[in-house]
Design a protein around this ligand. Structure first.
Ligand SMILES: [Zn+2]
Ligand SMILES: [Zn+2]
Length: 154
């Protein structure tokens, strides 16, 4: 659980290093794994009636690229900024576990790619096309075009 102290004086900075367990981050889903040194830095901002918790999460994710199946790691930085309701303050502290987890989870892409323009694997020989170009004929002819070609040749 990650808690920040609510104090009545403008801006109160905080910094934590937490594990995935501390923020209930789901690991090992489809080979995804977050490192266990997630850095959270930010401020509690006293806005008079309301408080704001704002900050940055730095984490590293290990995953298998969806296209080329190579093990990759990526450093991620996510920002958060949320209002805190006074009823959420418990004994001067507010639990930001969910805020942190939701921010990280919502920022994850549907496809994990080692790089944006990953060329993937050759469907014929399985070569990693980022590393070398194989000589397979991957051009699939549209059957309608093929018929037209045959027609023109006759
Ligand atoms: Zn890739
Ligand atoms: Zn090939």
């Amino acid at each position: 659980m990650v808690k920040v102290q609510i104090t009545k004086n403008g801006l109160t900075p905080f910094k934590f290093i937490v594990s995935t367990k501390d923020i209930d981050l789901i690991n090992d889903v489809d080979g995804n794994k977050f490192n266990d040194e997630i850095e959270i830095t930010g401020n509690v901002v006293d806005g008079g009636k309301l408080f704001n918790v704002e900050g940055t999460i730095k984490c590293q994710k290990s995953f298998i690229c969806d296209r080329c199946l190579v093990q990759s790691t990526e450093n991620q930085i996510h920002n958060f900024n949320e209002e805190v309701e006074i009823q959420d303050v418990d004994d001067g502290f507010v639990d930001i576990t969910e805020m942190i987890r939701d921010t990280v989870m919502a920022a994850q892409p549907i496809k994990n790619l080692c790089k944006e323009d990953c060329k993937g694997l050759c469907p014929i020989c399985g070569a990693n096309l980022n590393e070398n170009e194989c000589n397979c004929d991957r051009f699939v002819v549209d059957p309608r075009l093929e018929a037209l070609k045959n027609f023109l040749q006759e």
